[in-house]
Structures are given as C-alpha cells and as structure tokens.
Design a protein around this ligand. Structure first.
Ligand code: AMP
Length: 427
C-alpha cells in the first residue's frame, strides 16, 4: 500500500469489475448511436457562471456541492457537476443550431463532480452517459429519449426499474402554480432554511424527503391541476406515445427533480433494489435553458443516466453481463527459442483480432499455467525445446483439459477455427 488513498467519496475502477462499467457505458450509448445522436465531449471544468446560471442559484448542486475554484490566472471555474449546461454551451458556441438541422442530437459520457455526503450510490466523482436533443419542441422527441433509456436498461437485462413521469408546465402556467404553492407553503410549520426555499424555489419543497414535511404537504396544490391547455396536450401526447410503444411509466405529480431548468416533461428512472439512492437516471425538457445562458430560444430535452448506480442496479438484480473473455489464447513458452516463436504467434493472433496474451518474466511451467488459468483463456499454447524440434506446439483446451500437438505453422489457423466454432455454438 502507498501512503495515499483515493479521496473521500471516490473509488477506483479496477479489473475485473471495470469491465462491467465499460459494458454499461457501451449499452447506454448503443441505442443513442443508432438513433441519430452524435458524440460530444466537453472539458471537465467550465466557467462557474455557466452552472450558477444554467443549473440554478437555488439548487443544492450549485450552492453546496460544486467544486468551484479560482485559477492562478484569476478565472472562476468549476468542475462540471452535470452535463446539460456544458453540452448546450458547446452546441451554441459552435453554432450547431444554425446549421439548419434541428434538433441537434448529441450524446456524451464522462466524469462529474459533486461535493456530496458520500454513501452507497452517492459519490463525489461519478460517471454519467447522457443525451440531449436541442432545438425542437415535439412530444415524439421526449418520448424517443425515454424509450431509448428504457431500451438501454432492458438490453442490460434490468427489469426492476420504474419510470416516473410528470409535467412541470411552461412559462405561462408555472408562475401561476408557483404563486399558489407559495401561499400554501407559507401557512406550514417549516424550518428557516425551508422557508427561504419557498421564496427561491418552492417546487423543491415538494421534494423534501423528511416525514414531518411530507405530512404537511398533503393537500398541497398540484401542478397538474394548473397546467395550461398547451402543456396538457403536449404531456398527453408524450404519454400516448410511450403507451403505444409499450413503455410502462407511472404518473408522479410530485416529481420535480433537483435542477432549476426543467419545463414540461420531467422523468426519472428509479430502481427499487438501491435503497435511498434509488434514482438511476433522469431528465426532461429544458426549454428556457438556452436563453438563461445567453443563447436564443431553443426548446430542448435530454437525460443523464448514472453509470455507477446502473452497475449497482445490476448487482441488486443479480444480473451478470455476458462479457466476452478478455483473453482467448494464452501462450506459455519454455525456453528462449519458444519465447521467440510464441511471441511471434501471439502478435499474429492479435493482428488477426484474437485476444491473446503471453507468459512474461521467464516463469516455469507451473507458474505460467497459473497465469494461463487466471487469464480466463479458453486455449493455452505451450511449447518447449522438444516440441519445437518436432515442429509442433501443444494446444490445450482449458475447458475440457484435452491437449493435442499442432504444427507450428498452422497453430494460428487452427485456433481461429476453434474459436469460431466455439463462438457459433455459444450463440
Ligand atoms: P441528476 O443530474 O442529479 O439528475 O443525476 C442523474 C443521474 O446521475 C442520477 O440518476 C444518478 O444515477 C447519477 N448521479 C447523480 N449524482 C450522483 C452521485 N453523487 N453519485 C453517483 N451517481 C450520481
């Protein structure tokens, strides 16, 4: 062990578990790539203002959880706590919205940082895959994103997740509701901080997890009773499209989510096997965000799914991903001549696309076979001086234990043939 440990609230991804993380990222990205979303990558830090304006001055993410700092040059920056504001900033900066091809559909994958109280499923450094569809107001687009997230989770084998759905209204109806809610909340017995929240962001009070607060919220005015006709019709279309496509959801009139920028459609994916940190992903429409960060009016919708929590959800459901073995062939040379011959064979196998590895460090047969076993390789190729004198190598099937001598010059073809057959029968 070294003197240092991973910082509080973070953890390292190491083999073999790291393979599941990569597979989860890949599984979430696959439906997006297949649906017209292009890959975008933005810096890990941004001007702090982008988040305070974009995510919202009244959110915990900005007021309590942001890693904000001043650089030596005097710039005020922050490690990104979420992806949407950065992606929209990048799209606007590059004028993607002016290319005449709206919506601009983008997907991303990366690390995010929030100074949170760490617990299982809640970290200070975590990983998200996200998607944004910028510049179109169309209920089919909202439905598309929810369907793609559902498809991603299902492709991983997850079953015990639920989709919660709500509409937060728009700039017509939300202010009316907001005022009605504020009136109601001011009559309750709430602590100082919560009372302050009534002024800045009353919808967030509905999200309060404390029992004594929730008890008082019975009878609070509900946004769905205040939705204007346009918002109602829009929401109804999203719901209908999901139903038609066989994607089950639950209406959750209390779902508000922790970011200020949402309008109309909001949704969350929750997993029941995760305890208190049950949200595996979430998103919604953010029609006003572009203007909030100095851009033109660009109605947009997006989501972010948490990779860490998706992996925890897989564990909770006992799903093991069907990952291809990291190594298919392991080469064990005994002696200098064998080292030269087998190193060349391993290189040839790799160039032919076969996952192959080699016993390094001049180990004896016993130690090398241990490595071969650990590698998970289906086949081991062993060669000693006597084998080579006869022009052969020993090919061992690690599953059946069978061993046969194969001519040196044909071993690559024989292995390719065997691995092809194995892949076909596994299907
Ligand atoms: P949010 O941007 O808060 O809606 O988060 C979207 C998703 O990112 C959540 O549903 C989680 O899966 C994941 N996430 C957010 N914060 C954390 C965190 N501190 N640790 C791990 N995952 C997180």
């Amino acid at each position: 062990m070294s003197t240092f440990k991973a910082p509080k609230g973070t953890y390292d991804l190491l083999p073999p578990d790291s393979a599941s993380y990569l597979a989860v990222r890949e599984a979430i990205a696959a439906p997006l790539r297949n649906s017209g979303y292009g890959y975008v990558e933005t810096p890990g830090f941004e001007n702090v203002e982008l988040f305070s304006r974009g995510v919202g001055e009244s959110t915990d993410i900005v007021t309590k959880e942001m890693y904000a700092f001043t650089t030596r040059g005097g710039d005020r920056l922050a490690l990104r706590p979420e992806g949407t504001a950065s992606v929209l900033r990048a799209a606007l900066e590059a004028n993607l919205h002016k290319a005449g091809n709206l919506p601009v559909k983008l997907w991303y994958s990366g690390s995010y940082y929030r100074y949170e109280r760490p617990q299982k499923g809640r970290y200070r450094h975590f990983s998200q895959v996200g998607a944004e569809a910028i510049g179109a107001e169309d209920p089919a687009l909202d439905a598309e994103l929810i369907i793609l997230a559902d498809q991603a989770y299902r492709s991983l084998g997850l079953k015990e997740f639920r989709i919660l759905l709500n509409s937060l209204g728009d700039k017509e109806c939300r202010p009316v509701y907001r005022a009605a809610l504020q009136d109601f909340l001011r009559g309750l017995d709430l602590d100082e901080e919560t009372r302050r929240r009534i002024d800045i962001n009353p919808l967030r009070v509905l999200d309060d997890k404390r029992d004594d607060v929730q008890k008082q919220l019975v009878g609070a005015p509900m946004l769905r009773d205040y939705l204007c006709d346009a918002c109602k019709a829009y929401h109804e279309q999203v719901r209908e499209l999901l139903t038609t496509e066989g994607v089950a959801y639950e209406d959750d009139p209390k779902l508000v989510r922790g970011l200020d920028y949402y309008t109309r459609t909001t949704f969350e994916f929750v997993h029941d096997g995760l305890g208190s940190q049950s949200a595996v992903g979430g998103g919604g429409r953010y029609d006003g965000l572009s203007e909030m960060i100095g851009g033109p009016a660009l109605p947009s919708v997006g989501w972010a799914l948490g990779v860490d929590r998706t992996v925890l959800a897989l564990e909770a459901e006992g799903v093991t991903l069907d990952l291809p073995p990291a190594t298919s062939v392991f080469a064990v040379p005994l002696g200098e001549e064998a080292r030269r011959v087998l190193f060349a064979k391993v290189t040839e196998l790799r160039r032919a696309g076969v996952a192959a590895d080699f016993s390094y460090g001049g180990k004896g047969l016993k130690g090398a076979m241990k490595n071969a076993n650990r590698s998970g390789a289906r086949f081991t190729v062993v060669a000693g001086e006597r084998d080579l004198a006869e022009g052969v190598v020993q090919l061992k099937d690690m599953e059946s234990g069978e061993q046969e001598a194969v001519a040196v010059e044909s071993v690559v073809d024989v292995l390719k043939g065997k691995l092809d057959t194995q892949a076909r029968t596994a299907q």
